[in-house]
Design a binder for this molecule. Sequence first.
Ligand code: ZN
Length: 293
Amino acid sequence: MIPPCTLQKLTPRVCWLTPDERTDRPSLGAIIGAKGTLIIEAGASPAHTSHFLDALAAEHVPTPRYAVLTHWHWDHSFGAAALAGIPLFAHRKTARQLAIQANYAWDDESLDQRVANGLEIAFCRDMIKAELSNRDDLRIIMPDVLFDDWLTVDLGDLTCEIHHVGGDHSSDSSIVYVPQERIVFLGDCHYLNIHHEPRYYTPECIFPLVERLLGCDADSYVEGHSPDVLPRADLITFDRDLHAAHDAVVENQSNRAAALRQLQPNYQDMAEVDWLVDAFIAGLARQQEKGSS
Ligand SMILES: [Zn+2]
C-alpha cells in the first residue's frame, strides 16, 4: 500500500497526494496543463496543503494557477489559506456552507458545544482537533468563482470538466473529470451521508450519481479517502452491489436478516454487501420520515 500523504503520478499530467486517515486528510489532485496547473481540493489544513505544494514544486510542476473544491467539508477546505493568490472555484452551495463555517468559533469549547447541539459530529471534531491543534489563526477562505451546474477549465492541452453531481454524502458535491486522461476525481460524492446516524444511502441520490460517474469516459476514479485508485471495473461492481442490496431490502420490507439471506448465494464475502443493506434500510426509513412529515 502507498504510504499516506505521498505524491503519486497517475499519468505524466495528473498527480495526487494520497490521503491520511490518521487525521482524515483527503486525497489532493493536480492537473498539469500547458497553460498551468489546477489543484483539486484546498486540503484539511494549511500544513497539509503546503506539504502538497512543496511536493509538486520538488517535481518541478508548474505553479498552480487555479484550485477547485469538491465540497465544503472541513477536511477538503480548511487548508485554503495556503493557496493565497490562487483563484478558488466552488459550487454555490459549497460557498454557502463555508460562509456558515466561517461564522463559527473554532476553539475546543465551541466545537464541543456544536457536537452537543447536533451541529457537528464527534468524528469531525476529533479529527479537526488532531489536524489543527492550534486554531487561533484558522481562516476559512471563501471561493472566488461560483458555479451552479458545471464549469470547464481550459488548461491548453487539457480540459477539466467540473460537474456538480450532489449525492447523499453532501448535496454540494462536484467531481473533476479530465477526459483526455480518462480520470475522474470524485471527492467524497459517492460515500454515505456521515452527518446522520445511522449513515445512509437513498436510492433517489446514489443511483443517478453512480450512473453519472459511469457516464464519464474514464478508466480511473480517485476517491476522497482511499489510498487506492478505483478502476472502472470496481465502480461497475459497486453499482451492481448497490442495486442488489437495494432490491433485497425493498423485497424484504427492510428486514435485514431476510435481505441478507436473499443475497447470500451471490456473495462469497457478505462484508461486500451487508453495509449496503444497512445503508438502504436507513435511507428508506429516512425517505419515509421525510415523506410523512
Ligand atoms: Zn466529505
